[in-house]
Design a protein around this ligand. Structure first.
Ligand SMILES: [Zn+2]
Ligand SMILES: [Zn+2]
Length: 389
Protein backbone atom coordinates (compact mmCIF):
# COMPACT_ATOMS: atom_id res chain seq x y z
CA UNK A 1 0.00 0.00 0.00
CA UNK A 2 3.00 2.28 0.47
CA UNK A 3 3.16 3.81 -3.03
CA UNK A 4 -0.58 4.49 -2.98
CA UNK A 5 -0.30 6.15 0.43
CA UNK A 6 2.64 8.30 -0.66
CA UNK A 7 0.76 9.45 -3.73
CA UNK A 8 -2.25 10.50 -1.66
CA UNK A 9 -0.12 12.21 0.95
CA UNK A 10 1.85 14.13 -1.68
CA UNK A 11 -1.25 15.14 -3.58
CA UNK A 12 -2.65 16.65 -0.38
CA UNK A 13 0.73 18.11 0.54
CA UNK A 14 1.06 19.91 -2.79
CA UNK A 15 -2.47 21.31 -2.54
CA UNK A 16 -2.81 22.45 1.06
CA UNK A 17 -6.05 24.04 2.28
CA UNK A 18 -6.70 26.10 5.40
CA UNK A 19 -9.25 25.31 8.11
CA UNK A 20 -12.89 25.06 6.92
CA UNK A 21 -11.67 25.49 3.32
CA UNK A 22 -10.58 21.87 2.77
CA UNK A 23 -12.77 21.49 -0.32
CA UNK A 24 -10.44 19.50 -2.58
CA UNK A 25 -9.01 17.43 0.27
CA UNK A 26 -12.50 16.65 1.45
CA UNK A 27 -13.52 15.64 -2.09
CA UNK A 28 -10.48 13.38 -2.43
CA UNK A 29 -11.40 11.72 0.88
CA UNK A 30 -15.08 11.23 0.12
CA UNK A 31 -14.38 9.88 -3.37
CA UNK A 32 -12.12 7.18 -1.96
CA UNK A 33 -14.57 6.29 0.79
CA UNK A 34 -17.35 5.97 -1.79
CA UNK A 35 -15.14 3.85 -4.00
CA UNK A 36 -14.54 1.58 -1.00
CA UNK A 37 -18.29 1.11 -0.73
CA UNK A 38 -18.75 2.85 2.63
CA UNK A 39 -21.64 5.01 3.74
CA UNK A 40 -20.40 8.58 3.41
CA UNK A 41 -21.70 11.79 4.95
CA UNK A 42 -20.22 14.99 3.56
CA UNK A 43 -20.45 18.60 4.61
CA UNK A 44 -20.32 18.09 8.38
CA UNK A 45 -18.64 21.15 9.93
CA UNK A 46 -18.52 22.59 6.37
CA UNK A 47 -15.82 20.36 4.89
CA UNK A 48 -15.77 17.38 7.26
CA UNK A 49 -16.43 13.85 6.02
CA UNK A 50 -17.58 10.77 7.91
CA UNK A 51 -17.30 7.28 6.44
CA UNK A 52 -18.98 4.23 7.91
CA UNK A 53 -18.38 0.55 7.38
CA UNK A 54 -21.22 -1.48 8.88
CA UNK A 55 -20.10 -4.94 9.84
CA UNK A 56 -22.13 -8.01 8.94
CA UNK A 57 -22.38 -8.98 12.60
CA UNK A 58 -23.40 -6.75 15.48
CA UNK A 59 -20.78 -5.28 17.76
CA UNK A 60 -19.36 -2.04 19.04
CA UNK A 61 -18.70 1.07 16.99
CA UNK A 62 -15.15 2.36 16.90
CA UNK A 63 -14.13 5.66 15.33
CA UNK A 64 -10.79 6.92 14.12
CA UNK A 65 -10.11 10.53 13.28
CA UNK A 66 -7.82 12.60 11.06
CA UNK A 67 -7.51 16.35 10.57
CA UNK A 68 -7.15 17.80 7.06
CA UNK A 69 -6.13 21.47 7.40
CA UNK A 70 -2.82 23.14 6.65
CA UNK A 71 -1.10 26.25 8.04
CA UNK A 72 -0.87 29.80 6.67
CA UNK A 73 2.84 29.82 5.79
CA UNK A 74 5.10 29.50 2.75
CA UNK A 75 6.90 26.25 2.04
CA UNK A 76 10.32 26.62 0.41
CA UNK A 77 10.59 24.41 -2.68
CA UNK A 78 13.09 21.96 -1.20
CA UNK A 79 11.29 18.77 -2.15
CA UNK A 80 9.51 17.82 -5.40
CA UNK A 81 6.20 17.56 -3.56
CA UNK A 82 6.42 21.00 -1.92
CA UNK A 83 3.27 23.11 -1.65
CA UNK A 84 2.12 24.60 -4.93
CA UNK A 85 0.10 27.24 -3.15
CA UNK A 86 1.71 30.38 -1.85
CA UNK A 87 1.09 31.08 1.82
CA UNK A 88 -0.17 27.56 2.59
CA UNK A 89 1.77 24.56 3.85
CA UNK A 90 1.15 21.22 5.53
CA UNK A 91 3.72 21.82 8.27
CA UNK A 92 1.98 19.77 10.96
CA UNK A 93 1.55 16.44 9.16
CA UNK A 94 -2.22 16.53 8.74
CA UNK A 95 -1.67 15.38 5.15
CA UNK A 96 -0.14 12.22 6.62
CA UNK A 97 -3.01 11.75 9.08
CA UNK A 98 -5.52 11.92 6.23
CA UNK A 99 -3.55 9.49 4.05
CA UNK A 100 -3.14 7.03 6.93
CA UNK A 101 -6.87 6.96 7.67
CA UNK A 102 -7.60 6.37 3.98
CA UNK A 103 -5.12 3.48 4.12
CA UNK A 104 -7.04 1.96 7.02
CA UNK A 105 -10.22 2.38 4.97
CA UNK A 106 -8.65 0.65 1.98
CA UNK A 107 -7.53 -2.21 4.19
CA UNK A 108 -10.95 -2.85 5.71
CA UNK A 109 -12.66 -2.42 2.35
CA UNK A 110 -10.82 -5.56 1.28
CA UNK A 111 -12.17 -7.61 4.21
CA UNK A 112 -15.60 -6.11 4.98
CA UNK A 113 -17.04 -9.52 5.86
CA UNK A 114 -14.61 -9.88 8.76
CA UNK A 115 -15.87 -6.73 10.47
CA UNK A 116 -18.01 -7.21 13.53
CA UNK A 117 -19.58 -3.98 14.76
CA UNK A 118 -18.95 -0.74 12.89
CA UNK A 119 -15.93 1.29 11.95
CA UNK A 120 -16.31 5.01 11.51
CA UNK A 121 -13.79 7.32 9.82
CA UNK A 122 -13.90 10.96 10.91
CA UNK A 123 -12.07 13.47 8.69
CA UNK A 124 -12.35 16.88 10.28
CA UNK A 125 -11.52 20.41 9.19
CA UNK A 126 -9.69 23.12 11.07
CA UNK A 127 -7.65 21.57 13.84
CA UNK A 128 -5.17 24.47 13.79
CA UNK A 129 -7.10 26.87 15.98
CA UNK A 130 -10.49 26.65 14.28
CA UNK A 131 -11.87 23.98 16.59
CA UNK A 132 -13.17 21.82 13.75
CA UNK A 133 -13.33 18.88 16.17
CA UNK A 134 -15.80 20.72 18.38
CA UNK A 135 -18.02 21.46 15.38
CA UNK A 136 -17.87 17.84 14.20
CA UNK A 137 -19.03 16.66 17.63
CA UNK A 138 -21.81 19.29 17.72
CA UNK A 139 -22.99 18.27 14.26
CA UNK A 140 -23.29 14.63 15.25
CA UNK A 141 -20.12 12.91 14.04
CA UNK A 142 -20.24 10.67 17.13
CA UNK A 143 -23.89 9.66 16.58
CA UNK A 144 -25.70 7.32 14.16
CA UNK A 145 -24.40 4.89 15.07
CA UNK A 146 -23.22 6.04 18.45
CA UNK A 147 -19.45 5.77 18.80
CA UNK A 148 -18.25 3.62 21.73
CA UNK A 149 -14.57 4.51 21.52
CA UNK A 150 -12.37 6.78 19.44
CA UNK A 151 -8.71 6.77 18.50
CA UNK A 152 -6.58 9.45 16.90
CA UNK A 153 -2.89 9.90 16.21
CA UNK A 154 -0.51 12.74 15.49
CA UNK A 155 2.87 12.35 13.83
CA UNK A 156 5.68 13.15 16.26
CA UNK A 157 9.12 14.48 15.27
CA UNK A 158 10.62 13.68 18.68
CA UNK A 159 10.32 9.91 18.17
CA UNK A 160 12.02 7.91 15.39
CA UNK A 161 9.89 6.28 12.71
CA UNK A 162 8.74 2.84 13.82
CA UNK A 163 7.91 3.92 17.34
CA UNK A 164 4.56 4.67 18.94
CA UNK A 165 4.17 7.10 21.85
CA UNK A 166 1.32 6.60 24.29
CA UNK A 167 -0.06 8.96 26.94
CA UNK A 168 -1.53 7.45 30.03
CA UNK A 169 -4.17 10.10 30.82
CA UNK A 170 -3.58 13.79 30.17
CA UNK A 171 -1.90 14.28 26.81
CA UNK A 172 -2.23 17.94 25.91
CA UNK A 173 -3.22 21.12 27.65
CA UNK A 174 -6.21 23.38 27.75
CA UNK A 175 -5.21 26.43 25.70
CA UNK A 176 -6.88 29.72 26.61
CA UNK A 177 -5.94 33.22 25.58
CA UNK A 178 -6.25 36.72 26.96
CA UNK A 179 -5.84 40.27 25.81
CA UNK A 180 -5.25 43.11 28.25
CA UNK A 181 -5.64 46.62 27.01
CA UNK A 182 -4.09 49.09 29.43
CA UNK A 183 -5.82 52.43 28.97
CA UNK A 184 -3.71 55.30 30.30
CA UNK A 185 -3.22 58.88 29.19
CA UNK A 186 -0.52 59.79 26.72
CA UNK A 187 1.72 62.82 26.48
CA UNK A 188 5.33 63.98 26.31
CA UNK A 189 8.01 61.58 27.56
CA UNK A 190 9.63 64.44 29.48
CA UNK A 191 6.45 65.05 31.50
CA UNK A 192 5.30 61.66 32.77
CA UNK A 193 3.69 63.25 35.80
CA UNK A 194 1.11 64.77 33.48
CA UNK A 195 0.33 61.37 31.93
CA UNK A 196 -0.81 57.90 33.00
CA UNK A 197 1.93 55.82 31.42
CA UNK A 198 0.49 52.52 30.12
CA UNK A 199 3.95 51.22 29.19
CA UNK A 200 5.14 51.13 32.78
CA UNK A 201 1.88 49.43 33.80
CA UNK A 202 2.42 46.86 31.05
CA UNK A 203 5.91 46.21 32.40
CA UNK A 204 4.52 45.45 35.85
CA UNK A 205 1.81 43.29 34.35
CA UNK A 206 4.36 41.29 32.37
CA UNK A 207 6.40 40.43 35.45
CA UNK A 208 3.43 39.83 37.75
CA UNK A 209 1.41 37.72 35.31
CA UNK A 210 4.45 35.55 34.59
CA UNK A 211 4.89 35.07 38.35
CA UNK A 212 1.47 33.47 38.71
CA UNK A 213 2.40 29.90 37.67
CA UNK A 214 5.46 29.86 39.95
CA UNK A 215 3.76 31.34 43.04
CA UNK A 216 0.08 30.41 42.86
CA UNK A 217 0.02 26.94 41.34
CA UNK A 218 0.97 23.80 43.23
CA UNK A 219 4.48 23.00 41.94
CA UNK A 220 3.45 19.40 41.23
CA UNK A 221 0.67 20.58 38.91
CA UNK A 222 1.31 22.06 35.49
CA UNK A 223 0.42 25.46 34.14
CA UNK A 224 2.13 28.05 32.01
CA UNK A 225 1.37 31.58 30.90
CA UNK A 226 3.24 33.31 28.10
CA UNK A 227 2.65 36.86 27.01
CA UNK A 228 3.62 36.69 23.37
CA UNK A 229 2.63 40.03 21.94
CA UNK A 230 3.10 43.56 23.26
CA UNK A 231 1.87 46.50 21.23
CA UNK A 232 2.09 50.16 22.07
CA UNK A 233 3.91 53.37 21.40
CA UNK A 234 5.08 55.20 18.30
CA UNK A 235 8.19 57.27 19.11
CA UNK A 236 11.01 57.70 21.62
CA UNK A 237 9.47 60.73 23.31
CA UNK A 238 5.74 60.04 23.24
CA UNK A 239 3.97 58.26 26.06
CA UNK A 240 1.11 56.43 24.32
CA UNK A 241 -2.49 56.29 25.44
CA UNK A 242 -2.72 52.51 25.35
CA UNK A 243 -0.70 49.31 25.40
CA UNK A 244 -2.03 45.89 24.55
CA UNK A 245 -0.73 42.55 25.79
CA UNK A 246 -1.74 39.23 24.24
CA UNK A 247 -0.98 35.93 25.90
CA UNK A 248 -1.70 32.22 26.12
CA UNK A 249 -2.63 30.23 29.24
CA UNK A 250 -2.06 26.45 29.35
CA UNK A 251 -3.07 23.95 31.99
CA UNK A 252 -3.53 20.20 32.41
CA UNK A 253 -6.49 20.22 34.79
CA UNK A 254 -9.75 22.13 35.01
CA UNK A 255 -8.79 23.33 38.49
CA UNK A 256 -5.49 24.89 37.43
CA UNK A 257 -7.27 26.34 34.43
CA UNK A 258 -9.67 28.26 36.67
CA UNK A 259 -6.95 29.24 39.16
CA UNK A 260 -4.83 30.80 36.43
CA UNK A 261 -7.77 32.69 35.00
CA UNK A 262 -8.89 34.16 38.31
CA UNK A 263 -5.34 35.18 39.29
CA UNK A 264 -4.82 36.95 35.97
CA UNK A 265 -8.06 38.87 36.54
CA UNK A 266 -6.94 39.80 40.05
CA UNK A 267 -3.45 40.92 39.00
CA UNK A 268 -4.73 43.02 36.09
CA UNK A 269 -7.32 44.67 38.32
CA UNK A 270 -4.85 45.34 41.17
CA UNK A 271 -1.94 46.62 39.09
CA UNK A 272 -4.18 48.88 37.02
CA UNK A 273 -5.77 50.28 40.15
CA UNK A 274 -2.42 50.99 41.78
CA UNK A 275 -1.33 53.05 38.76
CA UNK A 276 -4.68 54.70 38.32
CA UNK A 277 -5.28 53.46 34.76
CA UNK A 278 -8.23 51.75 33.17
CA UNK A 279 -8.07 48.39 31.47
CA UNK A 280 -10.04 45.95 29.41
CA UNK A 281 -9.43 42.25 29.87
CA UNK A 282 -10.79 39.78 27.33
CA UNK A 283 -10.39 36.15 28.33
CA UNK A 284 -11.29 33.41 25.87
CA UNK A 285 -11.41 29.67 26.54
CA UNK A 286 -9.85 27.55 23.82
CA UNK A 287 -9.44 23.78 23.44
CA UNK A 288 -10.01 21.84 26.67
CA UNK A 289 -7.48 19.48 28.24
CA UNK A 290 -7.00 16.31 26.23
CA UNK A 291 -7.70 13.44 28.63
CA UNK A 292 -7.21 9.88 27.44
CA UNK A 293 -9.01 6.93 28.94
CA UNK A 294 -6.23 4.92 30.64
CA UNK A 295 -7.85 1.62 29.59
CA UNK A 296 -7.95 2.73 25.97
CA UNK A 297 -4.33 3.89 26.18
CA UNK A 298 -3.43 0.44 27.50
CA UNK A 299 -5.27 -1.11 24.59
CA UNK A 300 -3.27 1.05 22.13
CA UNK A 301 0.01 0.10 23.82
CA UNK A 302 -0.82 -3.57 23.90
CA UNK A 303 -2.23 -3.82 20.36
CA UNK A 304 0.74 -1.94 18.88
CA UNK A 305 3.27 -3.90 20.97
CA UNK A 306 1.95 -7.11 19.53
CA UNK A 307 3.03 -5.97 16.10
CA UNK A 308 6.22 -4.02 16.76
CA UNK A 309 7.43 -5.24 20.16
CA UNK A 310 7.06 -3.60 23.55
CA UNK A 311 10.39 -1.83 23.13
CA UNK A 312 8.90 0.26 20.32
CA UNK A 313 5.93 1.51 22.30
CA UNK A 314 7.06 4.24 24.66
CA UNK A 315 5.18 6.26 27.25
CA UNK A 316 5.17 9.99 26.46
CA UNK A 317 4.71 12.76 28.98
CA UNK A 318 1.92 15.29 28.60
CA UNK A 319 2.90 18.50 26.82
CA UNK A 320 1.46 22.00 26.94
CA UNK A 321 0.45 22.06 23.28
CA UNK A 322 -3.24 21.63 22.48
CA UNK A 323 -5.40 19.44 20.24
CA UNK A 324 -9.07 19.60 19.46
CA UNK A 325 -9.26 15.79 19.65
CA UNK A 326 -10.03 16.69 23.28
CA UNK A 327 -13.64 17.48 22.25
CA UNK A 328 -14.21 13.88 21.13
CA UNK A 329 -12.60 12.56 24.30
CA UNK A 330 -14.97 14.67 26.40
CA UNK A 331 -17.82 12.59 24.92
CA UNK A 332 -16.45 9.08 24.47
CA UNK A 333 -13.51 7.11 25.87
CA UNK A 334 -10.52 6.83 23.63
CA UNK A 335 -6.85 7.49 23.22
CA UNK A 336 -4.70 9.91 21.29
CA UNK A 337 -1.26 8.54 20.49
CA UNK A 338 1.90 9.52 18.64
CA UNK A 339 3.53 8.08 15.54
CA UNK A 340 7.28 8.69 15.29
CA UNK A 341 8.49 10.35 12.07
CA UNK A 342 12.05 11.33 12.97
CA UNK A 343 14.70 10.12 10.57
CA UNK A 344 18.04 11.86 11.01
CA UNK A 345 19.60 10.14 7.98
CA UNK A 346 16.90 11.70 5.79
CA UNK A 347 17.15 15.08 7.55
CA UNK A 348 13.70 14.72 9.06
CA UNK A 349 14.33 16.38 12.40
CA UNK A 350 12.40 19.64 12.24
CA UNK A 351 9.64 20.69 14.63
CA UNK A 352 5.98 21.24 13.83
CA UNK A 353 5.11 24.50 12.07
CA UNK A 354 8.69 24.94 10.83
CA UNK A 355 9.10 25.70 7.10
CA UNK A 356 11.50 22.73 7.11
CA UNK A 357 8.97 20.32 8.65
CA UNK A 358 8.56 17.03 6.79
CA UNK A 359 7.60 13.47 7.63
CA UNK A 360 9.40 10.19 7.02
CA UNK A 361 6.90 8.61 4.64
CA UNK A 362 7.59 5.17 6.14
CA UNK A 363 5.13 6.33 8.79
CA UNK A 364 2.27 5.99 6.30
CA UNK A 365 2.04 2.19 6.06
CA UNK A 366 3.24 1.95 9.66
CA UNK A 367 0.42 4.20 10.86
CA UNK A 368 -2.11 2.18 8.87
CA UNK A 369 -0.90 -1.00 10.55
CA UNK A 370 -1.13 0.53 14.03
CA UNK A 371 -4.73 1.68 13.48
CA UNK A 372 -5.69 -1.70 12.02
CA UNK A 373 -4.22 -3.46 15.06
CA UNK A 374 -6.07 -1.12 17.43
CA UNK A 375 -9.41 -1.58 15.65
CA UNK A 376 -8.84 -5.34 15.44
CA UNK A 377 -8.21 -5.44 19.16
CA UNK A 378 -11.10 -3.17 20.13
CA UNK A 379 -13.71 -4.91 18.00
CA UNK A 380 -12.26 -8.35 18.70
CA UNK A 381 -12.01 -9.25 15.02
CA UNK A 382 -9.17 -11.74 15.38
CA UNK A 383 -7.25 -10.52 12.32
CA UNK A 384 -4.02 -10.70 14.29
CA UNK A 385 -4.66 -14.32 15.27
CA UNK A 386 -5.42 -15.24 11.66
CA UNK A 387 -2.19 -13.65 10.47
CA UNK A 388 -0.26 -15.85 12.81
CA UNK A 389 -1.85 -19.07 11.64
ZN1 LIG B 1 -0.11 22.12 14.23
ZN1 LIG C 1 -1.28 19.13 14.11
Amino acid sequence: MKDWLIEIRRTIHMNPELGFEEIETSRLVSQWLERFGFEVVKGIAKTGVVGLLRGKQPGKTVAIRADMDCLPMDEPARVPYASKIKGKMHACGHDAHTAILLGVAKYFSSIPDQVRGNIKWIFQPAEEGGGGGEVMVKEGALENPKVDAIFGAHVFPLLPTGKVGVYEREGLAAADRFTVKVIGKGGHGAFPHLCKDPILVAGHLITQIHSIPSRDINPTDSGVISICKVSGGTAFNIIPDEVELLGTVRSLTAQVREELKSRIEQVVRGVSQSFGVDYRLDYAYGYPVLVNDPEMSKLVASACSQGIGEENVVPVKPAMGAEDFSYYLEKVPGSFFRLGIRNEARGIIHPYHSTLFDIDEDVLPFGVEMFVRIIDRYLGLGIEAQDQR
